[in-house]
Write a protein that binds this ligand. Sequence first.
Ligand SMILES: Nc1nc2c(c(=O)[nH]1)N[C@H]1C(S)=C(S)[C@@H](COP(=O)(O)O)O[C@H]1N2
Ligand SMILES: [Mo]
Length: 255
Amino acid sequence: MNRLPPQVDADALVKEALKRLKQPARRLFLRNSLTLGGLSLLTGCSISDGKSAETALQKISLMNDRVQAWLFDPQRLAPTYPESMITRPFPFNAYYGEDKAPRVDAHAFRLEVSGLVADKHAWTLPELHALPQSDQITRHVCVEGWSAIGRWGGVPFSAFLRRVGADLSAKYVGFKCADDYYTSIDMPTALHPQTLLTLSYDGQILPIRYGFPLKLRMPTKLGYKNPKHVQAIFVCNTYPGGYWEDRGYNWFGGS
Ligand SMILES: Nc1nc2c(c(=O)[nH]1)N[C@H]1C(S)=C(S)[C@@H](COP(=O)(O)O)O[C@H]1N2
Ligand SMILES: [Mo]
């Protein structure tokens, strides 16, 4: 059914490749327009006949994460919004009800930093608050079918990673949370200018429901990639997975 004619029809091939891409990657491709040249670059196949085209398509099916990573523009900013557009009240979401959100002791709290970093000292909250802060009003998009605009403040994550002497050529940054949640992201997203080690929500100390004392906010990624109640951060080259990712959600999770 998906056989291509021996003479490669570039349009048909690109259409078929788009069909096989998962949703976020497909959307990005439609935005940036995928060409036959782009397809052979992506798959590393020189597409000259039906057989190589078929191989390219098979590779596409396996490479949705890599495609998204390749398309990710480390400088392109997610839209920001005026204060009047903030969604009130901002929705809560987790794999449990709001009353079950973990209560972290602010005084005892230490953010653990490990893996490929020079400085492994654990951070207190006052130490984190003493770092230069910035804020953003951006849209959070949840795969469950809702999105909302909120305002988050905190430490630009790229500055934090530099501060701890992280190996910025490493592949992954992983997060462990005070509940059973965990996730991991690619280094280009970790270094994106809008990726924020978040300490506040709408000018207030981050409320329990939104991830006290610390969450990672990334307007370039879907909601489930934004870990709340972060307790430990590690930099590594071995794939760490994630709570929903290990249950079948796409790992890159671009929004
Ligand atoms: N620790 C932790 N982080 C989490 C989750 C969770 O269950 N536990 N759920 C994720 C999902 S699916 C979404 S949509 C957002 C919701 O964040 P909010 O409660 O601030 O809206 O948190 C994400 N981060
Ligand atoms: Mo979500």
